[in-house]
Design a protein around this ligand. Structure first.
Ligand SMILES: Nc1ncnc2c1ncn2[C@@H]1O[C@H](COP(=O)(O)OP(=O)(O)OP(=O)(O)O)[C@@H](O)[C@H]1O
Length: 585
């Protein structure tokens, strides 16, 4: 129960509703327990009339009274049972909602490293499956426990006062029932987990094949994927059948044990009645109802125990993540205004998960309002520089300064808000184009959206769609071409009018003519902003105020277009190669 202590703050938050729920549960059970007594009394009246002890008139009026009470008690029990669910189960839903939000908000502050070391499926499971299991503890488990305790307490008082010896005999099979249900529930849970795992493998496989459907079709491997899917499906079917087998035992086991208890009541009760140990025949009827009323709560003791165990395990998994501290800490609570001077001083960086040394002793400086281009072979560390400016990772050696202050000392929000970042793989949400652009500035007007799209040279494409800016993009924006996606992504960054703009090879899928037009627009827009353009093309770099060339994490060339085209090295070679390619076209 150690892990479940985390929920105490929520129990406290909803304490009044919970207390009312507990009172309602107790009242509901007290009303429910009137039934056996009233049935017993009604049968006694019948017996007394048969023995001629009371007149027909007394018999009629008493029976009618009992029946009215029976109906009244049933209605009240029903009403309070309804209210019981409305309070306790509702509280469990409130807590489920709070817990989900708590986990989600915590996920948001965790660093990229956390996301790399944990699988997406695992993150999703903890916020959905695990929270649902915890809810079962908060709601049903607590409700059934109060239910069982109240029923037992009240019923036992009634039963012992009516027939103590018979009570003892009646209760004998109940612990057996409870233990068997507990064992069965554990078996059901183990098998359900296996089924869940197989379902998640199946859905991951299906999702991947749908996302990569164009690759599957172009390679003509539909038949192979069909066979693999069938294999996974048949595995899943077998696991489901195994689960159904144990689930199917649940009710027969209960019926068997209820039957056994009924037999004991009739047999022992009958003998006791004949021996005169029990005064009235109605007591036997009363006990039969008690047995039936107590069976389900007793069964739930086993079930609830396994629910609590599962909830404990789930909460443990949730707590593991909630206790994870973000690697990147904000040490400056005050907002820091950013101008945009950037300096790297002997920066080295090793990716913690792969141990790849992506940057080695990198130094460069860029003044606010200037443009820096970074070129270099693939894997040379260009994107890493951009990630480090946004403090997605903290560095091991050296210093990164923004406005002459180490970025680790700047307010993290201010730093990130001052950056407009266009990633290498443009990620668009399944939403309208307009909202995808507005993502950069939530309160942007339509005119601002259009202006940003015009500057990113994508406006004409957008108005070409029948729904224009309201065109919904499919999953990952599949209705747009690669170049269109990149340009929408650029519009999203420039609408924000940030002080620092980072473009990560984001014109690679755009033809050189459009690239030139976009760069011209950007030149105007970024006049007073710090701009870093990562590219493989000289055309994107040639107008930059400064250019650095990276190779294997090291800066191997620094200068501007004019100086670098006249110096032997990577830049000049690239320039010559790309110039001849252009001439060939
Ligand atoms: N998130 C990451 N985790 C671990 N290693 C990484 C990560 N990102 C990049 N690397 C490694 O760091 C090195 C530099 O990668 P980076 O993405 O900065 O290169 P790049 O110059 O931008 O390459 P490209 O031109 O192909 O985009 C590579 O060896 C890469 O494998």
């Amino acid at each position: 129960m150690k892990e479940l202590k985390h929920l105490n703050k929520y129990f406290y938050k909803y304490r009044y509703r919970l207390i009312i729920g507990v009172i309602i549960t107790i009242v509901a059970k007290i009303f429910a327990l009137f039934t056996p007594r009233l049935v017993g009394a009604s049968i006694n009246i019948v017996s007394e009339r048969l023995d001629g002890e009371i007149t027909q008139q007394v018999f009629k009026s008493e029976l009618l009274t009992y029946i009215s009470f029976l109906v009244g008690a049933a209605i009240m029990a029903g009403l309070f049972t309804f209210l019981m669910r409305q309070t306790i189960i509702n509280v469990s839903r409130y807590i489920e909602y709070d817990l989900k939000n708590e986990i989600y908000q915590h996920y948001q502050v965790l660093s990229l490293n956390f996301y790399k070391s944990n699988r997406t499926g695992d993150l999703m499971n903890r916020i959905s499956e695990d929270v649902s299991k915890v809810r079962m503890y908060v709601g049903p488990a607590i409700m059934y426990t109060i239910n069982t305790i109240t029923l037992f307490a009240v019923a036992l008082i009634y039963m012992v006062s009516a027939a103590p010896k018979l009570t003892l005999y009646t209760l004998i099979p109940l612990p057996i029932l409870s233990i068997s249900i507990y064992k069965l529930s554990r078996l059901i849970n183990t098998r359900s987990t296996i089924v869940q795992e197989s379902l998640s493998t199946l859905s991951t496989y299906t999702q991947e094949t749908f996302s990569g459907i164009s690759v599957i079709k172009s390679y003509g491997i539909e038949a192979r994927t069909n066979t693999e899917f069938e294999g996974l499906c048949s595995e899943n079917r077998q696991k489901q059948i195994d689960l159904t087998k144990v689930q199917a035992l649940f009710f027969p086991l209960m019926i068997l044990l209820i039957g056994l208890s009924n037999l004991i009541v009739i047999y022992v009760g009958g003998i006791q009645y004949m021996n005169g140990e029990i005064e009235s025949i109605g007591t036997i009827a009363e006990f039969i109802i008690y047995v039936n009323m107590l069976t389900w709560p007793v069964a739930t003791v086993g079930w609830v125990t396994s629910l609590v165990q599962q909830a404990e395990a789930s909460q443990k998994r949730i707590n593991e993540f909630l206790k994870t501290e973000p690697d990147i800490k904000n040490v400056a609570p005050q907002e820091t205004p950013i101008i945009g001077d950037i300096e790297f001083k002997n920066v080295s960086f090793v990716y913690p998960d792969t141990n790849i040394e992506a940057l080695k002793d990198v130094s460069f400086k860029i003044k606010s309002g200037k443009t820096l281009a970074i070129l270099g072979k693939t894997g040379s560390g260009k994107s890493t520089i951009l990630d480090l400016i946004g403090r997605l990772y903290d560095i091991d050696k050296g210093e990164i300064l923004v406005d002459a202050t180490s970025i680790s000392k700047l307010n993290l929000n201010s730093l990130r808000e001052s950056i407009g970042y266009v990633p290498q793989d443009a990620f668009l949400f399944s939403d309208t184009i307009k909202n995808n652009i507005k993502f950069g500035k939530e309160n942007a007007t339509d005119d601002e959206v259009i202006e940003a799209a015009k500057n990113a040279k994508v406006h004409k494409n957008i108005v070409g769609f029948s729904k224009g800016y309201d065109t919904i993009l499919g999953e990952r924006g599949i209705t747009l071409s690669g170049g269109q996606k990149q340009r929408v992504s650029i519009a999203r960054a420039i609408i924000k009018k940030p002080d620092i703009l980072l473009f990560d090879d984001c014109l690679s899928a755009v033809d050189t003519e459009t690239e030139e037009k976009i760069l011209n627009n950007l030149e105007k827009l970024t006049k007073d902003k710090t701009t870093i353009i990562v590219s493989h093309r000289v055309s994107s770099a040639k107008n930059a105020d400064a250019i650095i060339v990276l190779d294997d994490g090291k800066v191997i060339q620094t200068g501007n277009h004019e100086t670098l085209v006249t110096t032997e090295g990577y830049y000049k070679d690239l320039y010559t190669k790309q110039l001849s390619e252009k001439e060939l076209r």
